[in-house]
Design a protein around this ligand. Structure first.
Ligand SMILES: Nc1ncnc2c1ncn2[C@@H]1O[C@H](COP(=O)(O)OP(=O)(O)OP(=O)(O)O)[C@@H](O)[C@H]1O
Length: 255
């Protein structure tokens, strides 16, 4: 479980996060949504330790990350998986080398042991027989699978994804979303995803946090987001006519 309390982060005179508190639970996919510039990326980067908060705490199963010693930080870093926008694979390395990278960096396991683990992760994302391919030889959806395999190869407790389905067609995006949700359930991972994709919100949003101007303006589940009368959420999520109609139809049905 990740507990965030009163998180503040700014740059110079600009305050970006203005006191965010929330909790992310194991086995659940939590989604961060909000307009461009609302602070989603700064929030995610602060959670993973790339930004240091001025105020507030982030606690990982009781361990406060800003108080970590170097050794504790190294240990914690191994418990984290990350999927970045655009997959962030090493272009000149094969799929196998990309997925093996965290194992080489953090463990001194024998090569055969690492290879078993790599094959397990690739198998889990349904990407067998691609070990020797280069990222350029794969489709965008397959590259995301490699990025997910790399993120889970260390058996993480926490998974952070920044726009995991950006650049994918809607069908592939849903497949990737569902894969992340399945893995989250299966391995009881605490997963936090930044997204702009309203399909993701509806499909996999077990918990949704809506940021507005650096504050948490709303949180709830995908079912609750249909029913909410929070104006800011409704304006943001149902800004397209299609989603407005879907919401109206849903609300009629449950009356
Ligand atoms: N390193 C930085 N230095 C100064 N300002 C920054 C820095 N990183 C982010 N900001 C500012 O913080 C604000 C929030 O940015 P952030 O990238 O978190 O927004 P976002 O919600 O992720 O937007 P988007 O959906 O467009 O990715 C913006 O005004 C941005 O200019």
């Amino acid at each position: 479980m990740i507990e965030v309390k009163d998180l503040h982060k700014g740059f110079g005179d600009v305050q970006v996060l203005k006191g965010i508190s929330t909790t992310f639970h194991p086995g659940k996919t939590s989604l961060i949504i909000g307009q461009s510039g609302s602070g989603k990326t700064v929030f995610l980067k602060t959670l993973i330790g790339l930004h240091t908060p001025e105020k507030g705490t982030i606690s990982f199963d009781g361990r406060i990350s800003t108080k970590f010693t170097i050794e504790e930080k190294r240990q914690w870093r191994q418990e984290i998986g990350m999927v970045f926008q655009g997959s962030a694979l090493f272009d000149s390395q094969t799929v196998e080398e990309n997925v093996m990278f965290p194992l080489k960096m953090f463990t001194d396991n024998a090569n055969s042991e690492m290879l078993d683990r790599v094959n397990f992760a690739l198998n889990r994302v349904n990407l067998e027989n691609s070990n020797s391919k280069l990222p350029a030889e794969l489709s965008g959806g397959m590259q995301k699978r490699v990025a997910i395999a790399r993120a889970i190869v260390m058996n993480p407790k926490y998974l952070f994804c920044d726009e995991p389905n950006s650049g994918l067609d809607p069908q592939t995006a849903i497949v990737i979303d569902k894969l992340i949700k399945e893995i989250t359930d299966e391995y009881n991972i605490t997963t936090v995803i930044n997204t702009h994709d309203m399909n993701s919100v509806m499909e996999i949003g077990e918990k949704i946090i809506f940021l507005k101007n650096g504050l948490k303006a709303w949180e709830g589940s995908s079912n609750e987001i249909f029913k909410t009368d929070n104006e800011a959420v409704v304006d943001f999520v149902y800004s397209s006519n299609l989603f407005k109609k879907v919401r109206e139809a849903y609300l009629k049905e449950i009356k």
